[in-house]
Design a protein around this ligand. Structure first.
Ligand SMILES: Cc1ncc(COP(=O)(O)O)c(C=O)c1O
Length: 431
């Protein structure tokens, strides 16, 4: 498409009235999205590997999702929870439950990632009758007060908001590359030692309602939790009657080459929360547990006005059908292996890349000033993202110093698009 110099400048139009509080990686003016391309008002096309941060996992205006949304808008748009049930919501609950191992079979829908985090924390406190929550340093769980209380990926998320929820304890996360120089065994042993120490010296296990963890730490820097660490947590939680909450808001829906990232470790959490890709862009999220837990939570113990909206759920049904019919979990695994392979080839030529890691299509590329000290190089990662965007590829960073470029292409990305992105990235590294 030709670019147009008189294109709408949405940033200029937004300036007088839109809040400056939302952090943005860029301030481009977007017109529309088709498939894996996003178009500026100028007409310039970009290969979108940002996806609204892992939200539009099937790409933009996916025909099946769009058709399902159109059909549902004409039928029933508003919420009906207070007076009964809507068909897409009931169908999606059944389909979603089917993607989980036993005994996770009961779904509560809300609207956003932060909301399901708060809901899960409330469930844990009410069901166990215990006050304390343990979360991990570097975690990001969202921006409501509950979610902020268990978040520590950046001071900016917490500063000025104290006092946050009481009885929240944060412990060491085994970020293998960043804090253990790639020594996974040491990372596991150290993080479990800190966890055990917390329960021995600071908070009694019988006071702890829940442990909450991202199976792959997201905003914190795309650090996968080693399988043995998650297994160690699972064993401790079971021993002490503590609920294990897996935050799959970013890592779920096939992105990692398994439907749920916790499956890589063989554990089954007590509570799984998910959002983002669930409805390919419409606001929807879910708390999934055993029937028993939500029965014990109790009727009216939590609620929502919009959660489980029929239109969002119709989109969710189309998302799950498409993932199953098109083999997209397997596609994420295969394309992810190709992408990681290509990125590792580029790393071999570039001393400023310290690590390429992560399963499937949830890959972190960490930039460092020196491979021995592993000093983060956020300035380089930012510059590479900016050059990639100028060349037509949208990538986002994460990590404490923005030093990690995260690769989260749509789960139906093609071989050719992976190759195209790698070539643009190669150019951006050199620029
Ligand atoms: C792992 C994780 N949990 C929770 C959230 C919060 O989700 P939301 O922004 O929808 O409230 C996010 C958002 O990025 C996330 O990545």
């Amino acid at each position: 498409m030709d670019t147009n110099d008189t294109a709408l400048d949405l940033a200029a139009l937004a300036a007088p009235n839109m809040s400056p509080v939302l952090g943005r990686y860029m301030d481009r003016s977007w017109s529309h999205g088709i498939g894996h391309r996003l178009y500026e008002t100028s007409g310039k096309a970009y290969l979108d590997f940002a996806n609204g941060i892992a939200v539009t996992a099937l790409g933009h205006s996916h025909p099946r999702v769009t058709a399902a949304v159109h059909a549902q808008v004409d039928k029933l748009m508003g919420p009906v929870h207070a007076i009964g049930f809507a068909e897409p919501t009931v169908r999606l609950a059944a389909m979603l439950a089917d993607t989980f191992p036993d005994p996770l079979d009961t779904v509560m829908f809300l609207n956003s990632g932060s909301e399901v985090i708060d809901g899960a924390l409330k469930l844990a406190r009410r069901v166990t009758g215990r006050p304390a929550i343990i979360s991990f340093r570097g975690a990001f769980h969202g921006r409501t007060i509950g979610a902020t209380s268990v978040t520590s990926s950046s001071l900016n998320y917490r500063k000025g908001y104290e006092p946050l929820l009481p009885s929240v304890y944060q412990t060491v996360y085994p970020a293998v590359y960043r804090y253990y120089a790639g020594d996974e065994e040491k990372a596991i042993a150290d993080a479990l030692k800190h966890f055990d120490g917390l329960l021995m010296t600071t908070v009694a296990p019988s006071d702890v309602a829940a442990v909450i963890i991202e199976p792959i730490q997201g905003e914190g820097g795309y650090y996968p939790a080693p399988a043995a660490f998650l297994q160690g947590l699972r064993e401790r939680c079971s021993r002490h009657g503590i609920l294990l909450i897996a935050d799959e808001v970013q890592s779920g829906f096939g992105r990692t080459g398994r439907m749920w990232a916790f499956e890589h470790s063989g554990i089954v959490p007590d509570v799984v929360v998910t959002a983002k890709a669930i409805a390919n862009g419409l606001p929807l999220s879910a708390i999934v547990t055993s029937r028993d837990l939500q029965e014990r939570w109790g009727r009216g113990a939590h609620g929502t006005t919009y959660g489980g909206n029929p239109v969002a759920c119709a989109a969710g049904v189309a998302v799950l059908e498409t993932i199953a019919d098109e083999g997209l979990v397997e596609n994420a695994r295969l394309r992810g292996a190709e992408l990681a392979g290509g990125l590792r080839e580029l790393m071999a030529e570039d001393q400023g890349i310290g690590d390429v890691r992560g399963p499937g299509l949830m890959i972190g590329v960490e930039f460092v000033k020196d491979r021995t000290t592993r000093e983060p190089d956020g300035a380089r990662a930012d510059a590479v993202c900016a050059r990639a965007a100028d060349a037509g590829l949208l990538l986002l960073s994460c990590g404490i110093a923005h030093q990690v470029i995260r690769w989260i292409p749509p789960v139906n990305v093609t071989v050719d698009e992976v190759e195209e992105a790698l070539r643009i990235f190669e150019g951006a590294l050199k620029g």
